[in-house]
Design a protein around this ligand. Sequence first.
Ligand code: NAD
Ligand code: MG
Ligand code: MG
Ligand code: MG
Ligand code: MG
Ligand code: MG
Length: 336
Amino acid sequence: MAGNILGTTVYYDADCNVEKLVGKKITVLGYGSQGHAHALNLKENGMDVTIGLRKGSKSWTAAEEAGFPVKETGEAVKGADIVMVLIPDELQADTYANAIAPNLKKGAYLAFAHGFNIHFNKIVPPADANVFMVAPKGPGHLVRRTFQEGSGVPCLVAVEKDPSGDTMEIAKAWAAGIGAGRSGILETTFRQETETDLFGEQAVLCGGVCALMQTGFETLVEAGYNPVNAYFECVHEMKLIVDLIYEGGFQTMRNSISNTAEYGDYLTGPKMITEQTRQAMRDVLKDIQSGAFAEAFIKDSKTGFPFLKGERAKAENHEVEKVGAALRNLMPWIKK
Ligand code: NAD
Ligand code: MG
Ligand code: MG
Ligand code: MG
Ligand code: MG
Ligand code: MG
């Protein structure tokens, strides 16, 4: 039966009726990280899945070789009962206006794996459309691999619009159909999912952690230490520490490190994350909540991503990447 974790409703396979998807015409738009995983898992659960792609898309052959009917985006939307939009967030609004909205069947279910475009009103579906989200808490290759191994990646589910009255049932069926009912399907809202996802990736997972590792590296190199030592200590070993946290939380990690490291952890952590850092996090969150971040991101994308591409080029040419490449050559076993 449905459980509860700290106030959040959790559904498992027994709470979901995957059969609700049987007989429905399902279209998955995009065949990238998430797209291939949702589509293949549902197909292996017996569902009727068509892939929608742009003409000339690199993914076209891959989807055909996997046995899917593949159509151009607008054609794939025509007649579909459920349309899952798994194309890059910055392309969704234009694709919705040009290819999805003109072809969307009355009363169809329109679905997403991230709430960005619905939450920030970049896509405003018609009153008759049912709108839900199934957001796996892991990349697509993991959604696919765990499914094949008989388990699954936990998913968040949310319903934004429900004129049919059964949108949550369809969302749960979808989540279970891609394997999430084996580990847990957690109920949320588009707002919660979107704002926490953006905050986490910016302040902590990607922005925060990479800036911390790179600044640690630069500090040691600037002080005259060998870049090899600097890379091992500030970048390479991050995985070993994160794996321990992933397995058992901070305590498991701290049990496994030396007392020297643990003492330094408590002494120095608070000096790195100061009141100023906390305030910066609150400010980042405000920009996410107000939609200012979303506007800036969409604006950059519409002008050919000058900021994204400029920063990407700078990052690629940083010394830390050259040192990393050289050291990884010593450890060919890192690449599976
Ligand atoms: P991706 O970049 O891996 O793949 C995008 C796919 O969309 C490609 O196959 C591309 O050819 C196709 N595409 C582009 N424009 C198209 C169009 N107009 N019509 C049809 N297909 C088109 O994208 P992704 O990382 O799988 O992200 C898809 C969605 O899933 C996003 O909303 C993202 O936020 C969400 N999401 C991603 C992850 C992840 O780990 N990658 C995790 C959870 C949620
Ligand atoms: Mg990407
Ligand atoms: Mg995320
Ligand atoms: Mg994200
Ligand atoms: Mg060390
Ligand atoms: Mg210890």
